[in-house]
Design a protein around this ligand. Structure first.
Ligand code: ADP
Ligand code: ZN
Length: 719
């Protein structure tokens, strides 16, 4: 095994991240113990790192099984940009390329190999794998998208079934199975089908905290709202529609409104689809309008907005599709537009099904989607409940939690509605009843002499949409029934009569108009946004030069940090989360130049630098090493032990680092109270040696504390 002082350092070095996401560390420790693992994490949870980091630490080749060529290429590109030796073998390569990659593998140069399952188990490949095992060893098999082994999953692939033979052939190579699919049945199937041995099972919460969930009613202004959402979001967006036709129409409208949008559906040729997809991933266009054919295997981490313009089929698909937003954990938005006519369309298509069992399931699933869309409780509670996870609510990041809908008493309106149903002899559907209530002069109403009813025209004060909302809610609350013969005739039940007799009140959650502004635009934020745009174009340019997606160069979160903190030295730059050793040397200078140029144009003075104030020098290598460990939260004694240096030397490093303008966390080292007292003495006595200061302060103060605070005082008083 390669030796790192600790896992955090390995993480920073290779991937540039400061800390592990929940669960990652434990999983990696288990993997380093050669345990079999089942890892269930939501999309964007950070599954890949769980096998990638161990692959860099362990001896031998890690073989990753992945079902889709696009996914493999993505991951390999990302790894290479961190200077990690990874490669893939699949049907897109010619024999010559395959041979040269195999040679590289056998020479031990490759840490991670991505393969498709059918290749892995082919007669030509297995003997090669034997050779790899003999010559350089196999560190682990990582089975990505492991739910593909299960017929119960939504994405069954028969090739995955044969994976068990791998286990038989290499019983001592640990296997990791990874999936984002949540149900118990699929999990059990994975363990069984892959023959995992006493696997350590990690199931992360499916709560995606960074996603804002909201449901809007699909009213006449829906397109305008959609356009506003797209304009307001600064980043990529996916808009899902039910049919190809709707996709094409919406794309056309958006393009007319000067939005860079493309479409994706089964009606396009393979080339068109793949070219549109690439242009979306590379940020050449911002918006993809698509049927649900789009998304599987798309790894784009910086999608900021996913809109469902039509109702999704079931909650599981809604979770997966909306979950394509914000894989990088940055705040992102998931909006569902909901309309009653959509329900009608889906109900109609359910009625076309011939298998009664299928029909039943589809109806139940539709019910759950409606429950979600019409629910007034926290959206997360409903979603996570669907996966068997209890969530207490009050997430603060869904529409229902942010803008609780006021409950209103609609008993009177309900009485009007129900008695109208009664007077029409329970023979009509909702729209007809609403027409009668609102006093419509349709031929049918006149023919039926329903314009003579006492309920005719008593509901003019409410709009069609409002009556519909009430009608739906009555159905929903079980205060009214509807036939399921395709005609949806409204029928009364005993509860309906209770309402009409005033024995039952009816409350309704009334939607409130939502403001779109959900991020405050302080002046500072606006400034950062301007710089951010410049950094974005630089990133795009660098990405295009290498023909990779921009996020492979730096992720949005890292760009954001650059814009906010505006580092001006390479040391500061290297500390940003997302900047690993390789990216620092590859891109550091270019981004620094851009940031400096921006600051200069803005008339912002650079913080003291070598060329301006010769008295301040850059930290030495040994100081930087100490600094890195300090940044990881290690105490002085721990750093001393790790580096095999005396603690006083570490203190000297830290003190010098403070004077050299590095962001040492003084609070971690000296109590606030002591800092204040020492500071006061320095203000009085000035910059003098440590002993007289200590005399002034007394025995309870030690020299180390005084030295550290004095350095800060010196730095502040130098100007
Ligand atoms: P999954 O496969 O679970 O959907 P990924 O492995 O693609 O998720 O990771 C999602 C995103 O999170 C990637 O962009 C990845 O680089 C990033 N990521 C993973 N681990 C960390 C971490 N510890 N700190 C910051 N970002 C991380
Ligand atoms: Zn909520």
């Amino acid at each position: 095994m390669l030796q790192y002082p600790n896992l955090e350092q390995a993480l920073k070095y290779h991937f540039g991240y400061d800390r592990f996401r929940p669960g990652q560390r434990q999983i990696i420790e288990d993997a380093l113990q050669n345990r079999d693992l089942l890892i269930v994490m939501p999309t964007g949870g950070g599954k890949s790192l769980c096998f990638q980091l161990p692959a860099l630490i362990k001896k031998g080749l890690t073989v990753v099984v992945s079902p889709l060529i696009a996914l493999m290429q993505d991951q390999v590109e990302g790894l290479r940009n961190n200077n990690i030796a990874a490669t893939f073998l699949n049907s897109s390569l010619n024999p010559y390329k395959v041979r040269s990659r195999e040679e590289a593998i056998l020479s031990g140069k490759v840490r991670l190999l991505y393969v498709a399952p059918e290749r892995l188990l082919s007669e030509r490949f297995l003997p090669f794998l034997d050779l790899v095992k003999e010559k350089i060893g196999i560190a682990a098999f990582a089975i990505d998208e492991a739910h593909c082994v299960s017929e119960w999953g939504h994405d069954f692939r028969p090739e995955y079934r044969q994976m068990k033979s791998l286990r038989k052939r290499y019983p001592d190579v640990p296997t990791l199975a990874l999936t984002a699919t949540a149900t118990d049945r699929v999990r059990a199937d994975i363990i069984q089908q892959l023959g995992l041995k006493q696997p350590s099972i990690h199931i992360a919460s499916f709560n995606r905290q960074n996603l804002y969930y909201e449901v809007r009613s699909k009213s006449k202004s829906a397109y305008a709202e959609l356009l506003e959402l797209v304009r307001e979001s600064d980043g990529s967006a996916i808009i899902y529609c039910l049919t190809r036709k709707k996709v094409d129409e919406l794309t056309f409208k958006l393009q007319n409104d000067k939005i860079a949008a493309l479409s994706y559906h089964a009606g396009l040729t393979d080339e068109e689809r793949s070219s549109n997809q690439t242009r979306f991933i590379r940020d050449d266009v911002r918006v993809m309008v698509a049927t649900i054919a789009f998304g599987m295997g798309i790894n784009k981490p910086d999608v900021r907005l996913v809109i469902h313009f039509d109702l999704p089929r079931n909650l599981e698909s809604y979770y997966q599709e909306s979950g394509r937003a914000g894989r990088d954990s940055e705040p992102s938005r998931c909006t569902l537009f909901f309309s009653f006519s959509d329900i009608k369309t889906i109900e109609w298509s359910i009625d076309q099904k011939t298998d009664p069992q299928e029909q039943l399931i589809a109806k139940q699933q539709l019910r759950q989607v409606i429950d979600y869309a019409q629910g007034t409780v926290c959206r997360r509670t409903i979603q996570l409940g669907y996966f068997g996870e209890r969530f207490p609510g009050n997430c603060g990041n869904c529409d229902n939690c942010r803008y609780p809908k006021p409950m209103q008493d609609w008993t009177i309106e309900a009485m009007k509605f129900l008695s109208c149903v009664a007077r029409c002899k329970e023979r009509f559907g909702m729209l007809y009843i609403i027409d009668v209530l609102r006093g419509a002069k349709s031929q049918k109403i006149v023919q039926n002499e329903h314009d003579q009813l006492s309920t005719y025209g008593i509901g003019k004060d409410k709009s069609v949409d409002e009556w519909r909302m009430l009608g739906r809610s009555l159905l929903h609350q079980g205060l009214l029934e509807q036939t399921s013969d395709g005609y949806s005739v409204l029928k009364l039940n005993p509860l309906s009569w209770e309402v009409m007799r005033r024995q039952h009140t009816v409350s309704l959650a009334v939607p409130v108009a939502q403001k779109i502004n959900w991020e405050e635009g302080s002046e500072k934020a606006v400034e950062a946004e301007i710089l951010m745009q410049r950094l974005r174009s630089l990133r795009k340019q660098l990405a295009d030069e290498q023909a990779v997606p921009p996020y492979v160069v730096f992720q949005d979160s890292t760009l954001k940090l650059m814009a906010q903190q505006q580092p001006t030295t390479i040391t500061e730059f290297g500390k940003l989360s997302g900047v690993g050793s390789h990216k620092l040397s590859q891109y550091g200078d270019k981004f620094l130049t851009e940031i400096r140029a921006y600051r200069q144009e803005k008339g912002l003075l650079d913080p003291p630098q070598v060329n301006f104030t010769p008295s301040i020098s850059l930290p030495s290598d040994t100081e930087i090493f100490t600094f890195q460990l300090h940044k990881q939260g290690l105490s002085v004694d721990e750093i001393a032990k790790k580096r095999n240096i005396r603690p006083t030397t570490i203190i000297r490093h830290l003190a010098d680092l403070i004077e050299k303008n590095q962001s040492v966390d003084l609070n971690q080292l000296v109590s606030l109270e002591h800092q204040q007292k020492i500071w006061q003495v320095l203000e009085v006595l000035g910059d003098i040696s440590l002993t007289p200061i200590r005399e002034q302060l007394g025995e309870s103060y030690n020299f180390d504390e005084i030295r550290l605070v004095r350095s800060k005082w010196r730095r502040e008083n130098r100007k």
